[in-house]
Ligand binder design. Structure first.
Ligand code: SUG
Length: 469
């Protein structure tokens, strides 16, 4: 099979060998990161997400944002972990604005929206598809009765700017994972709050080796008929139990290998709008904060049962790191990865490096062997909208045959990394504020960039503007 970079000279010292060894026989976990788009901005669109509210109306730097995301991907690749890219969505989303009654040519539609309803323009300009942990829930073939990888795009029903991502996400996933013998694409769940679904950010899969049948944990924040004690008071829960259960059914998972758990309402009220802000799991490890689940001893017991007691639980108590500190540092939004040389590495946001309690904790976790090492990454532009390292990636466990059946142009190589770096530097602004969202030049710049990108990634025409000519 083709190994990304096998034919590319190793100009920057990154080894392709680790990757080659990794994908030679066994299944691997591939991170599909969202490439950050040219209209990345801070619009304060996400209630319950403290960073989004705190940075509302600040001037963003789309170029730095995209380069930070790409550097994170390249860093993971340098650890011998296969890395791939999902393209940004078409922004402005003129189809949405026209659907909402704004009229005229492209520039006129955007201008009208800015004058009459700037919040709707902000929704149509948001770069939020970068957080691919919310793109879909994915179940590997080893866990599904029909032996295929199942995808259910998240309906993101809790907010307009995110809900409008779903149809394009579904299209992109079908384009990238096109082979029906290997991949199943379900329709997203109906977009009602009762069925709110935020995808993989509320879903964790545990396994020994990636080929093995795993255990899947689905975490929800709301449940029909829940009493007031279990309902958050300040912020609305985004994920519903009915949605999580529907996805587990659709994906043909074995009921005895699935666990459903409720988020602690206090966590949601403290800014944990997705479970991946307060818990992260990988293979046989669950690393989580004491306040992640409303009844964590039950969750642990059920996961033990479903996994034949093969999961290790590392719980951080409130007296070591408060819930507020966990949310502020995004420690639990780190990625846990297995490197090409089989080390367990925590990839944490830079914010953790400077925080005393987190530093002490991380040292202990390395000393006791939970992690072989900790790497820090700067994804500051995404962090300011509440998106840490783990939010930016969608994990897909793939066998070599599934790897080979995936659109090859989306896998990161040294060459693609260099091409994308040049592409970002050529097309992206290094500053964007709210008043510039209606700039007609930005529409052109954004479309030119996206048009070129589909060529670079070999995806063909995926954007509306490319189809209508
Ligand atoms: O849905 N922020 C996103 C952040 C998503 C993070 N993803 C995970 N935790 N997996 C959200 O709240 C803010 C956009 C703005 O304010 O401009 C935003 O949508």
């Amino acid at each position: 099979m083709n190994v990304p970079d096998a034919d590319v000279p190793d100009a920057d010292g990154l080894s392709a060998d680790g990757l080659g060894a990794n994908i030679a026989g066994a299944a691997v976990e591939v991170n599909f990161d969202g490439l950050i788009g040219p209209t990345h901005n801070f619009a304060g669109l996400a209630p319950g997400n403290l960073a989004s509210l705190q940075h509302k109306s600040e001037t963003s730097n789309p170029r730095a944002a995209a380069l930070q995301g790409l550097q994170k991907m390249q860093r993971l690749r340098s650890l011998g972990i296969p890395q791939a890219i999902l393209p940004p969505q078409q922004r402005p989303n003129l189809k949405l604005l026209r659907r909402l009654g704004f009229r005229g040519d492209d520039a006129g539609v955007v201008k009208q929206a800015q004058q009459q309803s700037p919040h709707l323009l902000a929704a149509a300009m948001s770069g939020s598809s970068m957080w691919t942990a919310n793109a879909a829930t994915v179940s590997p073939a080893a866990d599904s009765a029909d032996g295929r990888i199942h995808f259910t795009p998240a309906n993101l029903a809790a907010s307009l700017h995110r809900a409008t991502e779903t149809p394009m996400t579904a299209q992109i996933l079908r384009r990238v994972f096109g082979d029906e013998n290997q991949f199943v694409h379900h329709e997203w769940l109906p977009g009602s709050a009762d069925l709110g679904d935020e995808g993989a950010a509320n879903h964790t899969r545990f396994c020994s080796e990636f080929n093995d049948q795993g255990v899947q944990l689905f975490v929800f924040g709301m449940q029909r008929g829940a009493n007031a004690d279990t309902t958050p008071k300040r912020y609305a829960a985004r994920q519903s139990r009915d949605a999580s259960e529907a996805v587990a059914r659709l994906h043909q998972l074995r009921p005895d290998r699935v666990v459903f758990a409720r988020q602690h309402p206090a966590a949601i009220d403290a800014g944990v709008f997705h479970n991946d802000v307060i818990a992260v799991g990988h293979r046989r490890l669950l690393f989580y904060h004491e306040t992640a689940f409303d009844d964590d001893s039950r969750v642990v017991q059920q996961l033990r049962m479903a996994s034949g007691d093969s999961i290790r639980f590392v719980k951080v108590p409130e007296n070591r790191l408060s819930l507020d500190q966990a949310v502020a540092t995004y420690l639990f939004n780190s990625q846990i990865v297995t490197s090409g040389d089989d080390r367990t590495i925590l990839v944490a946001p830079d914010q953790c490096r400077e925080h005393y309690q987190v530093k002490v904790l991380l040292k202990e976790l390395v000393d006791d062997g939970t992690f072989d090492s900790v790497e820090f990454v700067d994804v500051g532009q995404s962090m300011n909208n509440g998106g840490g390292p783990a939010c930016l990636r969608l994990r897909v466990v793939m066998t070599p045959a599934q790897f080979a059946a995936t659109a090859s142009g989306v896998f990161l190589t040294n060459r693609l990394h260099d091409q994308l770096t040049a592409w970002i530097n050529r097309h992206y602004r290094d500053s964007l504020d709210g008043s510039e969202l209606a700039d007609p030049m930005l529409i052109r710049e954004s479309y030119d960039a996206l048009d070129e990108l589909t060529g670079i990634l070999g995806l063909g025409a995926i954007y509306e503007f490319q189809k209508s000519g």
